[in-house]
Write a protein that binds this ligand. Structure first.
Ligand SMILES: [Zn+2]
Length: 524
């Protein structure tokens, strides 16, 4: 039998990473990530997997980020009972991240069900619970970088430092039964690739001479200027000084894991050097607090010490988080989620977006359709928890903390993997980003017929002469994966209408508009 690969996520989008490898020796998943972004995309998390969970014989996990690991508890709940291979720091991070994610699923569904009950709609079930997540942790099997692991009889895997996050890996897989020129087939999954410049990470490493290469392309269409630690800190310092000068709070939506700790280390540095007035920094995310402990355990002493600066306050509970609503100026509040779609950050945005002296500083990638992307585009009014809020705060973006390699770095990494005898698959990028990266590879002399841009749910048979694509039946279209969905449009329409009504002079004009809308949709 030939080996086949199905792209069950992060194909034409950046979230839901999941490859299904079908081999003679059994089925293997590489990552099992959660979909994030627009509601339409997130609904994929509730539907069935495009494969049988109980037929999966092993999982290889590149790193702990939820868009790579977040559906593991769903997999276990659906009957998977084998091993999940991951590095030691990844396992440590998952110990907190998966139960936290289970808790988020439970509380979001609880709120949704309260709303559904009032609207007369049926109840929904959480994707998984905290308990499912805790049960999943018992499946973890720790691996070391550089050492071959027997994943199944006949399938070996080796983890390489991807320089993207504590414990992150690119994973090399060797399949004995499938031969290329008489030798076992060699595949390499990049996972997410780091920049080699980030606060805590090393330069990505991996082997060369492969048969099939799977490369992430998050920033496949852009290059960021290289900046030093001092330059990055100076830019952060300027944003913070400006925010404090404006007189309100500084709200920083941040991924709980890695980004928060990078920011803390930079804040400590700026405070200690007197380059910033020592403002109170509140870390309001239980997960960020646990993750900070994991980082302190795995980092060098100086970085680990910086994480416990006396001006850093870990917000202990929901009550203390609510108390922060009374602070109207001079506080720096770091909270999750990084794309502003869930978690305590929603409350801080609700309390601060309408204040003209507040600042929101976006320091992470904002996927299409996410609430953060709506703010970034300059929305004047938004809806949070069903409430309409006017955006008067300063919205700023600081794009210097990316954990992802840019185009030039991706090119260099890919060229270092050559030769690739059969095919290079471009994944984990929105359509424009991976198309641009494809052109960049072609410009470097890689033949166009050696590069594939697979669609969501596409299956390809890895065989002589390249690959054979098996007609895909995607759960949602490529377009839906990387654009605002109708829920975004609906929220925009409602706020635009209310803005229009308020701008009109007379009630007669208001009535005219409303009657016209109702006529157009056939309601009168
Ligand atoms: Zn990642």
């Amino acid at each position: 039998m030939t080996v086949s690969v199905t792209f069950c996520g992060a194909a034409g989008g950046v979230t839901g990473s999941c490859y299904l490898l079908q081999t003679d020796h059994g089925n293997i998943l590489v990552d099992c990530g959660m979909f994030q972004g627009s509601k339409t995309v997130r609904e994929l998390n509730y539907g069935p997997f495009p494969f049988e969970a109980k037929d999966v014989a092993a999982v290889l996990l590149t790193h702990a980020h939820i868009d790579h690991s977040g559906l593991l508890p769903k997999l276990v709940k659906a009957g998977f009972d084998k091993s999940i291979f991951a590095t030691d720091p990844t396992c440590d991070l998952l110990t907190y991240m998966l139960p936290d994610s289970g808790y988020i699923q439970e509380s979001e569904v609880e709120r949704l069900n309260r709303r559904n009950a009032r609207r007369g709609r049926p109840e929904v079930e959480p994707i998984y619970t905290r308990k499912d997540a805790e049960h999943t942790l018992t499946r973890l099997k720790t691996v070391d970088y550089h050492e071959w692991q027997e994943v199944l009889p006949g399938v070996g895997a080796r983890f390489w430092d991807a320089g993207h996050l504590l414990g992150s890996a690119s994973i090399e897989v060797e399949i004995a039964s499938n031969k290329v020129d008489g030798k076992p087939t060699r595949l390499l999954f990049s996972g997410d690739l780091g920049t080699g410049e980030a606060v805590f990470n090393d330069v990505p490493e991996a082997p060369s001479g492969l048969d099939y290469l799977f490369v992430e392309t998050t920033y496949g269409d852009r290059n960021r200027p290289e900046i030093s630690d001092d330059e990055r800190r100076a830019m952060l310092g300027k944003e913070v000084r400006d925010a404090l000068k404006a007189g309100g709070n500084l709200i920083v939506p941040s991924f709980a894991v890695a980004r928060t700790q990078e920011l803390l280390v930079d804040f400590a540095y700026l405070f200690n050097r007197g380059e910033l007035p020592e403002a109170n920094v509140f870390v309001d995310s239980p997960l960020a607090q646990r993750a900070t402990e994991v980082f302190a355990k795995h980092l060098d002493r100086s970085d680990a010490n910086a994480l416990s600066h006396p001006k850093f306050h870990m917000v202990p509970d929901v009550e203390a988080s609510k108390q922060l609503a009374n602070v109207t100026s001079g506080a720096i509040i770091i909270s999750a989620s990084g794309m502003c779609d869930a978690g305590r950050i929603r409350y801080h945005l609700k309390n601060n977006l309408w204040r003209p002296n507040s600042t929101v500083l976006l320091v992470g990638f904002q996927a299409a359709g996410s609430f953060g992307s709506v703010l970034q585009r300059g929305a004047k009014r938004v809806r949070i928890h069903g409430e309409e809020i006017e955006v008067r705060a300063r919205i700023r973006t600081l794009d210097v903390y990316s954990g992802h390699a840019d185009q030039e770095m991706l090119l260099r990494w890919t060229k270092d993997r050559l030769p690739v005898s059969r095919r290079i698959f471009l994944t984990h990028g929105e359509q424009g980003a991976r198309a641009a990266f494809e052109q960049a590879l072609i410009a470097q002399g890689i033949p166009a017929n050696q590069i594939s841009l697979p669609m969501l749910d596409e299956t390809v048979a890895l065989q002589k002469g390249g690959v054979k694509a098996i007609v895909p039946t995607p759960r949602i279209s490529g377009e839906e994966l990387s654009r605002d969905d109708w829920h975004n449009l609906y929220a925009g329409t409602v706020t635009a209408l209310s803005e229009k009504l308020r701008s009109l002079k007379t009630d007669t004009e208001r009535r005219d508009i409303l009657e016209k809308v109702l006529r157009d949709i056939g309601s009168v």
